[in-house]
Design a protein around this ligand. Structure first.
Ligand SMILES: [Ca+2]
Ligand SMILES: [Ca+2]
Length: 326
C-alpha cells in the first residue's frame, strides 16, 4: 500500500497528528481540540472558579449574586483586574465566546479579551485596561472611554500589548452600539455576547445583544488579518481597567476552544480523540485531499471516543478522516 505518511511528512500534513500509517491514514483536524484532556474551557462561573484552572489578578473576583466574574467593580478607582486560564493553549486557531457587561459607574475605561504569553497576567489599570504596559500578546478591546487624540469614546479594536493605550490598534470599529449601561426592557443588565475566531492571524469578531431593550442582532464588527502573526501558546482570558472614572466590568459564560488535536487509532480501529466538550461531532472523509470534497460520514457522534469501526465506517482502504465539533 502506498505509504502516504512518509511521503507527506514535512509538508502540510506534518502539522496534524498522524497515527498508524501502515494500513491507512487518518487526518484528524478538530475545529478546537486539545493537547490536554481539558483543553477547552466552558465556564458559567455559577460557582467560584477553580483556582487550579483560572488565575485571578488585581481586582478580579467571583460575584455570587450575578454568578459571574467581576474584573473590576464600580467605585474601584485606578485599578485593573484580570482572569486567565492558568494553562496555555495553542493560539494558532481558536474560537472563543463570552458575555460581558459594562456599567453601573461613571464611565471608564473598558476591557479586553486577550491571549498572552505570560508570565505576567495583568497590565496597568486605567486607560491601559489592565492589558497594556505588561501583557505580551494580542487582544480585542471593548473601550468605553476616549483618552484623547485619535481615540473614539465607544469602540472595539484588535490590539497588541506594545501599542499605545490610546491608539486604536491594528483596526477598530466605532460604529457599534453604546456598550455602557445596556439594559433589558425590565431595566436589568443586558450583557453583550461576543464570538471571536482566529485562524493563523485572520481574526473575526461578532457581537450581539439579544436581551437589550434595543436588541443588537449578531453583527460582525471586526474582520482583519494581523500581518506577520506567528502562533504561540497563550493564556486566554480577560482584563479591565478603571481610572478617575469607574464601571463594573463583568464577564460570564466563557467558552474557549483552542489547541492542537490529539488522536490515537488503536489496532482494533477504534478512535480516541481529545474531548473538548462539544457534545456533538461531525465526521467527514475524503479519498483525495486535493481533488475530492469532504463528505459526511452518516451518523451522529455524541462522544469524543466514538468507535471508528462500525456499520457506517469500514477502513479497508486509504482514506482521510477529520473530526469537527459542532
Ligand atoms: Ca454565570
Ligand atoms: Ca480608552
Amino acid at each position: 500500500m502506498h505509504n502516504f505518511c512518509t511521503q507527506r511528512k514535512g509538508t502540510t500534513v506534518n502539522a496534524i497528528q498522524l497515527r498508524r500509517c501502515s494500513v491507512f491514514v487518518a487526518i484528524l483536524w478538530l475545529a478546537a481540540a486539545s493537547v490536554l484532556a481539558s483543553a477547552a474551557a466552558m465556564e458559567t462561573f455559577d460557582s467560584p472558579p477553580d483556582p487550579a484552572k483560572w488565575t485571578l489578578s488585581g481586582s478580579a473576583a467571583w460575584d455570587s449574586t450575578t454568578q459571574s466574574i467581576f474584573l473590576i467593580t464600580a467605585g474601584q478607582y485606578n485599578s485593573g483586574g484580570s482572569i486567565f486560564l492558568s494553562q496555555k493553549l495553542s493560539a494558532e486557531k481558536f474560537t472563543v465566546s463570552f458575555d460581558f457587561w459594562i456599567g453601573g459607574g461613571n464611565g471608564a475605561d473598558g476591557m479586553t479579551f486577550a491571549w498572552v504569553r505570560g508570565p505576567t497576567l495583568l497590565g496597568i489599570g486605567g486607560g491601559h485596561l489592565g492589558f497594556y504596559g505588561g501583557l505580551d500578546g494580542y487582544g480585542v478591546k471593548f473601550d468605553t472611554y476616549s483618552g484623547g487624540g485619535v481615540e473614539p469614546e465607544n469602540y472595539v479594536a484588535i490590539i497588541e500589548g506594545s501599542q499605545s493605550p490610546t491608539s486604536t490598534g491594528f483596526v477598530h470599529n466605532s460604529g457599534i452600539p453604546e456598550m455602557e449601561d445596556v439594559l433589558d426592557a425590565a431595566g436589568k443588565p443586558a450583557p453583550f455576547h461576543v464570538r471571536i475566531e482566529l485562524d493563523n492571524g485572520f481574526l473575526q469578531v461578532w457581537m450581539s445583544n439579544p436581551t437589550a431593550a434595543t436588541p443588537m442582532p449578531e453583527t460582525q464588527v471586526l474582520d482583519y488579518e494581523i500581518a506577520g502573526y506567528t502562533a504561540y501558546d497563550a493564556h486566554f482570558g480577560f482584563t479591565a481597567g478603571t481610572g478617575g472614572l469607574t464601571n463594573t466590568h463583568r464577564v460570564d459564560n466563557v467558552m474557549v476552544l483552542a489547541g492542537r488535536p490529539t488522536a490515537v487509532i488503536a489496532p482494533d480501529g477504534s478512535l480516541t480523540w481529545g474531548d473538548f466538550g462539544s457534545g456533538q461531532y461531525t465526521v467527514q472523509y475524503t479519498d483525495d485531499l486535493v481533488n475530492i470534497p469532504w463528505q459526511d460520514v452518516a451518523g451522529t457522534w455524541p462522544s469524543a471516543n466514538t468507535y471508528w469501526l462500525g456499520e457506517d465506517i469500514s477502513l479497508v482502504r486509504q482514506r482521510f478522516y477529520r473530526v469537527m465539533s459542532q
